[in-house]
Design a protein. Structure first.
Length: 169
């Protein structure tokens, strides 16, 4: 009997959270913030709606909140969507006059893709997107290695001293 009451209570609480999430998706201004704050899924839904409404700052805020929860699949999803938000912000800055300000956003996107791949190296969307981002902005170590290949004598790792020649007899 006691177990039945506990299960009914859990179901009712689940119903309350689901109702709050549905309201959040339908009308982001009229949801019960206290219920949404306790649920990673509700946070994800609010972030998803903000993302699709073009409000990337709000979506970023909610996805960052999802990262604090223990649900691994939602955290992975939030990381992927955060990387997408960072790339969209980088593209928006590239189209404006401040194209150098896009680099931090690209680096954040790469970091999120790598964190996803550390947890699940078979996450192909992250693998593909990371490869594409690395084509646009390779890592600093890779750029230095490419410069070393092009002009090895100017490389910081090139030997400084010159070869001494012996006199012929």
């Amino acid at each position: 009997m006691l177990i039945s009451l506990v299960l009914i209570g859990v179901e009712y609480r689940s119903y309350q959270l689901e109702s709050a999430m549905n309201r959040a998706v339908l009308d982001s201004s009229g949801f019960d913030a206290a219920l949404v704050d306790k649920s990673a899924f509700a946070q994800s839904l609010v972030a998803w709606k903000a993302y699709h409404d073009g409000d990337f700052d709000t979506a970023e805020k909610y996805y960052n909140t999802v990262l604090t929860f223990d649900d691994k699949s939602l955290v992975q999803n939030a990381r992927f969507n955060l990387a997408e938000i960072y790339l969209r912000k980088a593209v928006a800055l590239e189209e404006s006059a401040r194209s150098d300000a896009r680099i931090p956003y690209i680096e954040l996107a790469k970091e999120n893709y790598r964190m996803i791949l550390r947890a699940d190296n078979s996450h192909w969307p992250s693998r593909y997107n990371l490869a594409r981002v690395l084509q646009v902005l390779p890592d600093a170590e890779f750029r230095e290695a490419q410069e070393d290949d092009i002009m090895p004598e100017r490389s910081p790792s090139a030997p400084v001293e010159t070869t001494a020649y012996e006199r012929l007899p």
